[in-house]
Design a protein around this ligand. Structure first.
Ligand SMILES: Cc1cc2nc3c(=O)[nH]c(=O)nc-3n(C[C@H](O)[C@H](O)[C@H](O)COP(=O)(O)OP(=O)(O)OC[C@H]3O[C@@H](n4cnc5c(N)ncnc54)[C@H](O)[C@@H]3O)c2cc1C
Length: 598
């Protein structure tokens, strides 16, 4: 966006380091990555270029819930993104630890660092992940750090508290890493990548120059096809012996012994949680996933734990294929501060301190994709704020990014928040292939994509719309093409020139035709809801002083301070009757202002 930007990081070498599994995408997260791509973010292209295995999840289910997933080369992912930042115009990167913020007149104006150098700017974005007052646990053993081998940011929390920002504790965990040559692959089940990979970036609307722009002259991988030479992942299961080991040692687990009191991710449970909460399950599925092409390190997906190291070794050895496995890194849990995201506006700017933005895990989320989406939105809005322009607000009906930000800013969270398709009421409109169309107006308005790409997207959607019209208004044997497409799941002999369109155009057209009825219903609901989006709630309203509001509704509204009536209606604990009362009060306020001015 042309804004002069400084990125401060505690360690330049860990830019874009994946703290846990080097995998991108999956359920709902894959759709988010495509949305990030549609808004000009780097995550999709970086994944395509560095992935070592691609799989389309839910392939047998409806396209709305199909999601691309990729296993990446951890180091390649990290270094390519670092290089992208190095080449980015107007961006300066500098390695130092931020120790506090500098405030003046109710605004943030800069930050202090451990080098005693201060930096000043018109907007500040905090993206500290799991690093604030971070404490790692391996059984009863504790070490400071946001990630194994990393530091803990000890003083920044104090500076946020000083500004009145409320902080709480959360925790997350990661499994051990194993040495590949110590695994018995004969005892594991192989899982290959898809023969035809589903990529994350919208390659068909990009110009050649948009691809691989990080590689230096002479290093371009001519003829390299993303998804070629894929690596395999491997499956195994826990045994009854694994369960016995875990149960016998629960009292030594940092989480179960009461040593960690912070809440962990419900949807990414530790192995202790799995055996306790899902006691009826005989065994638990585990995936062995390579961490890259130039390493023999394997990640064991599904076995995150905070048991002591010696118990971890016993546990690993109780699993088929891992009888002689050598641990390269232990599993651990990490506790950290997060800032309750109800303190943010939908632009991700703080409600309490002007020009201060928050993005990523500090907002209580878990996941690379959720973090990247917030980083993008906060970045765009910080630039707009610096220019004195109104923010880019992505609404709930536009995509998963809208749902994510709306959930965070209106409901807050008490456990690490991750995205699911079920969180999005309009998910039928959020199929991964439609992201460029859904976000076109935002990317055009804020120049988030190159002009040539914007032109290509417009052309693509013109083709899609033309074909949808054609199928609805032209007949084949026995009725319209549209009815024929909706009637059958088996491939139809579609017109020759349609088959010559790109796969993206064909897939999106067929999706729109096949789900036409459902899509129309969703769109009607959105239109109805949009009326409420237009009704703004005055900033000064005192919810606690409105006697007709239910107590819970008043308290939730007071905490979330929604911007519009639609925002108010989405807050859990705010009932439709609370919303109606608010509408009457807003209308009465408007009337009395009109009368007094006339
Ligand atoms: C142990 C563990 C397991 C996880 N498991 C998963 C998983 O399985 N799947 C998943 O999707 N997600 C997982 N996550 C979460 C995922 O890693 C994060 O949600 C995501 O990386 C958050 O991105 P972020 O940009 O907010 O922060 P991070 O990626 O944590 O980056 C924060 C950055 O801020 C820098 N920093 C922090 N404080 C300061 C300071 N004061 N001054 C300067 N620089 C500072 C750090 O150096 C770091 O580079 C896990 C995280 C951890 C730690």
């Amino acid at each position: 966006m042309g804004a002069s930007t400084l990125l401060l990081t505690g360690n330049i070498d860990t830019i874009a380091q994946m703290s846990c599994n080097p995998a991108i995408g999956g359920q709902a997260k894959g759709q988010i990555v495509r949305e990030i791509d549609a808004l000009g973010g780097e995550m999709a292209i970086n994944t395509d270029v560095t992935a070592i295995q691609f799989r389309l999840l839910n392939e047998s289910k409806g396209p709305a819930v199909q999601a691309p997933r990729a296993q990446c080369d951890k180091k390649a992912y990290q270094f390519r993104l670092k290089h992208t930042l190095e080449l980015q115009k107007n961006l300066q990167i500098f390695q130092t630890t931020v120790t506090g913020l500098i405030y003046a007149h109710g605004r943030v104006v800069g930050c202090r660092t451990n080098l005693d150098v201060e930096f000043f700017g018109r907007a500040v974005i905090i993206t500290t992940g799991t690093f604030l007052r971070a404490l790692m646990h391996v059984g009863q053993n504790k070490n400071e750090g946001g990630r194994l081998g990393d530091f803990s940011a000890k003083t920044l929390s104090g500076s946020l508290l000083e500004a009145g920002i409320e902080l709480h504790r959360l925790k997350t965990g990661t499994p051990p890493r194993l040495l590949g040559r110590s695994l018995n692959f004969a005892g594991l089940q192989e899982q290959k990548g898809d023969r035809e990979p589903t990529l994350f970036a919208f390659h068909d609307t990009r110009e050649k120059d948009d691809l691989f722009h990080v590689e230096q002259p002479g290093e371009t991988r001519l003829g390299w096809v993303p998804g070629r030479e894929q690596a395999s992942c491997w499956l195994t299961y826990t045994t009854s012996e694994s369960e016995r080991i875990v149960r016998d040692n629960l009292h030594l687990s940092a989480m179960y012994s009461g040593q960690i009191t912070a809440t962990g991710p419900r949807y990414c449970p530790s192995i202790e949680d799995k055996f306790v909460r899902f006691a009826d399950k005989e065994r638990h599925l585990l995936f062995l996933e390579p961490e890259g092409r130039n390493t023999n390190e394997y990640y064991i997906n599904g076995l995150s734990t905070s048991l002591p190291f010696d118990i971890q070794v016993q546990l690993i050895h109780s699993i088929p294929g891992l009888e002689n496995a050598v641990l390269l890194r232990p599993a651990y849990a990490v506790e950290y501060d997060f800032a309750q995201p109800t303190q943010l506006l939908p632009s991700l700017e703080s409600r309490l301190m002007e020009n201060l933005f928050f993005a990523g895990q500090i907002n209580g989320t878990s996941g690379y994709e959720e973090a990247a989406a917030q980083g993008l939105v906060a970045g765009v809005n910080a630039a707009l704020k610096a220019r004195g322009e109104p923010p880019m607000v992505i609404r709930r009906h536009e995509g998963y990014i809208g749902v994510l930000i709306d959930d965070l800013t209106t409901k807050g969270t008490s456990e690490p928040y991750r995205m699911f398709t079920s969180r999005a009421e309009h998910r039928l409109l959020f199929n991964h292939g439609s992201a460029e169309g859904r976000f076109f107006e935002h990317s055009k308005k804020h120049n988030l994509l190159s002009t040539s790409r914007l032109v290509n997207i417009a052309k693509k959607y013109s083709s899609i719309n033309t074909w949808v019209e054609f199928f609805e208004n032209n007949n084949t044997a026995g009725g319209s093409w549209g009815d024929a497409i909706r009637r059958t799941n088996s491939p139809l002999e579609l017109p020759q020139n349609f088959q010559q369109e790109t796969k993206e155009v064909r897939d999106e057209t067929i999706y729109r035709v096949r789900y036409r009825g459902y899509r129309l219903r969703e769109q009607r609901q959105i239109e109805r809801f949009k009326d409420n989006e237009k009704i703004r709630i005055p900033d000064h309203i005192d919810y606690l002083a409105i006697p007709s509001l239910r107590k819970e509704g008043a308290q939730k509204l007071h905490a979330a301070r929604p911007a519009t009536l639609a925002d108010a209606s989405r807050i859990s604990g705010v009932s439709p009757s609370d919303v109606s009362i608010l509408m009457i009060i807003i209308e009465a306020g408007r009337r009395s202002r009109r009368e007094s001015s006339s």
